[in-house]
Design a protein around this ligand. Structure first.
Ligand SMILES: Cc1cc2nc3c(=O)[nH]c(=O)nc-3n(C[C@H](O)[C@H](O)[C@H](O)COP(=O)(O)OP(=O)(O)OC[C@H]3O[C@@H](n4cnc5c(N)ncnc54)[C@H](O)[C@@H]3O)c2cc1C
Length: 413
C-alpha cells in the first residue's frame, strides 16, 4: 500500500490506479482498452476458461462505430462483417410473404453499420488489449468489500487483492450487480417474449441470409452467416407472463419441453428445428428483457454494458451500448476520482441508453407481432418495402444520438 503521508506522497511518483473488470465479452475488453490508455493498471477476470468464440451475429452501429474506429479495430471488423444479403419472411405454410434488404428492416446503414459474430468482436477487442492488460480466465469474483480504502476482492480461485475500483461487465445476469444492489428482479423489465437459440447443420442451402417463419406470437428463424455449414436457429414466442421454468440457470429439460409444446403444430422447417433443439449442445434460452437501473454505481464499483442497461436483442443495440458505455465510462474517469467520474458517466450516457432502450416496448416487437392483425400489418409493411425496392431505410436516429467527447491528448483517433 502506498503511504498517504503528504511528504512521502510528494516524493514518490504517482501510483497507477489499479482496477478490476469482471467479464471479457464486449463491454469488459472495451473498457480495459480505454482505461489502460488513460493510465490505469487493468485486470480482467472472466469466468469462462477462454475467450468465447463464434456465436450469433451482433450489430455495431451509429456512435459505436466511432468507438471502434478510435480503437483502431474498424478495418478488422469490416473484414469480419457478415454481409447479410436477404431477409425472407414466411407465412404459416412456409410461403414467401416478402424478401427484403436486411438494412431496410433493421434501420441500419448499408456500407457503414456492421454485423459481426459476437466472438469476432470479442476477439478484435481482446487483441487490442491483451498485451497491456492482465486477464484471469476461469475465475470470478467471490466477494467485494468496500469498507476499507479500496475494494477488497476475493476470487473463487482463492486469490485476494485490493483494487481502487471494480467494474461489472458481466452481462444481463450480472453477479456484480446482484452483490451490490440485490436481486435482479428489481431491475428486470420483461418484454413479453421468450427465446431459444442454438445451431444446427445447414441442410437448407442457406447463404448470407435469414429466413423467418411467423404466426401470431411465434417466430422461427434460421440465420446463415456466410456460407457456413451451420445455421443459427432462434425460436421466439410471446408469453404475457414470464414462465417460472424459463430463463437462464433454470431447468433445461422444462425449457425444451415448453418450446417444443409451443411450436408443436408449426409448419415449414420447424419440426426439424425442434428435433435439433433436443440434441443441441449449445442451446441457450432466456426471457427477453431489459435491465433498467436508477443508478449504475455504488461507492467504488460501477456497472456497464448488459449488466447495467441491457436493451434486449429486439433492439439490436446491446453491443453498441456496451461499446459506447465503455468509452464514456473510461473518458469520465480519465481525470476524475470514482465519485465524480461515475457521476459524469451517468450524466453523459443515460440519455443515449434510454433512447435506445425505448426503441422497444412490452409485446410490441415489430418483427414478432402477437396478433393476427399485427402480423397482417407487418406483412403489408414488408410488401411495401419490397415494392419500393429501397436498398436501405433511414438510419434510426437513436443509434447515433450521442456525440463522443474527443479522446484525451495523446490518444489514438
Ligand atoms: C440471441 C441473442 C441475439 C442477440 N442479437 C444481438 C444483435 O443482433 N445485436 C446486438 O447488438 N446485440 C445482440 N444481442 C445482445 C448482445 O449479445 C449483448 O448486448 C452484448 O453481448 C452485451 O455485452 P456485455 O459485454 O455487456 O455482456 P455479455 O456479452 O453478456 O458478456 C458478459 C461476460 O461476462 C462473463 N461473466 C458472467 N458472469 C461472470 C462472473 N461472475 N465473473 C466473471 N465473468 C463473468 C461472461 O462469461 C461473458 O463473457 C443478442 C443477444 C442474444 C442473447
Amino acid at each position: 500500500m502506498t503511504s498517504t503521508h503528504p511528504l512521502t506522497a510528494a516524493r514518490t511518483p504517482a501510483r497507477r490506479r489499479e482496477v478490476l473488470i469482471s467479464g471479457a465479452s464486449i463491454a469488459g475488453p472495451a473498457l480495459a482498452f480505454w482505461l489502460n490508455r488513460y493510465g490505469y493498471a487493468v485486470t480482467v477476470v472472466e469466468k469462462a476458461a477462454a475467450l468465447r468464440s463464434g456465436g450469433y451475429p451482433v450489430d455495431v452501429r451509429g456512435t459505436a462505430l466511432e468507438v471502434v474506429r478510435r480503437m483502431g479495430i474498424l478495418p478488422q471488423l469490416r473484414d469480419a462483417h457478415v454481409d447479410l444479403r436477404r431477409l425472407t419472411f414466411l407465412d404459416a405454410d412456409g410461403g414467401t410473404v416478402a424478401s427484403v434488404d436486411p438494412h431496410a428492416v433493421a434501420g441500419s446503414v448499408a456500407g457503414q453499420d456492421l454485423e459481426v459474430r459476437r466472438g469476432d468482436l470479442t476477439e478484435a477487442l481482446y487483441g487490442a488489449v491483451r498485451d497491456d492488460v492482465e486477464f484471469l480466465f476461469d475465475d470470478c469474483v467471490e466477494t467485494l468489500d468496500q469498507s476499507g480504502h479500496g475494494v477488497d476482492v476475493t476470487f473463487r480461485g482463492g486469490g485476494r487483492r485490493t483494487f481502487d475500483m471494480v467494474f461489472g461487465a458481466d452481462g444481463l445476469h450480472s453477479r456484480t450487480r446482484e452483490s451490490l444492489f440485490g436481486p435482479e428482479e428489481q431491475f428486470h423489465r420483461y418484454l413479453g417474449y421468450c427465446f431459444a437459440g442454438f445451431t444446427l447443420r445447414n441442410t437448407f442451402g442457406l447463404s448470407h441470409e435469414v429466413m423467418m417463419w411467423n404466426t401470431p406470437g411465434r417466430a422461427a428463424a434460421l440465420y446463415a452467416v456466410g456460407d457456413s455449414d451451420e445455421v443459427h436457429a432462434l425460436l421466439t414466442f410471446a408469453q404475457p407472463e414470464a414462465p417460472d421454468s424459463f430463463g437462464a440457470f433454470r431447468d433445461p429439460r422444462a425449457q425444451r419441453d415448453l418450446v417444443a409444446a409451443t411450436f408443436a403444430d408449426a409448419g415449414w422447417e420447424v419440426p426439424g428445428m425442434l428435433a435439433a433443439l433436443r440434441d443441441a449442445d449449445d442451446l441457450f434460452t432466456d426471457v427477453v428483457s431489459q435491465i433498467r437501473m436508477p443508478r449504475w454505481s455504488s461507492g467504488r464499483v460501477a456497472l456497464l454494458g448488459d449488466a447495467a442497461y441491457a436493451p434486449s436483442f429486439l433492439t439490436g443495440q446491446g453491443s453498441s451500448l456496451a461499446l459506447v458505455g465503455a468509452y464514456m465510462l473510461a473518458a469520465s474517469l480519465a481525470d476524475r476520482d470514482a465519485a465524480a467520474g461515475f457521476a459524469a458517466y451517468e450524466h453523459g450516457t443515460r440519455g443515449f441508453v434510454t433512447l435506445n432502450q425505448d426503441q422497444i416496448g412490452e409485446g410490441d416487437a415489430p418483427l414478432f407481432p402477437t396478433t393476427a392483425r399485427g402480423l397482417q400489418r407487418r406483412n403489408d409493411m414488408l410488401r411495401g418495402l419490397r415494392a419500393a425496392t429501397v436498398p436501405s431505410a433511414e438510419a434510426r436516429p437513436a443509434h447515433a444520438a450521442l456525440t463522443l467527447p474527443p479522446p484525451r491528448p495523446g490518444q489514438p483517433g
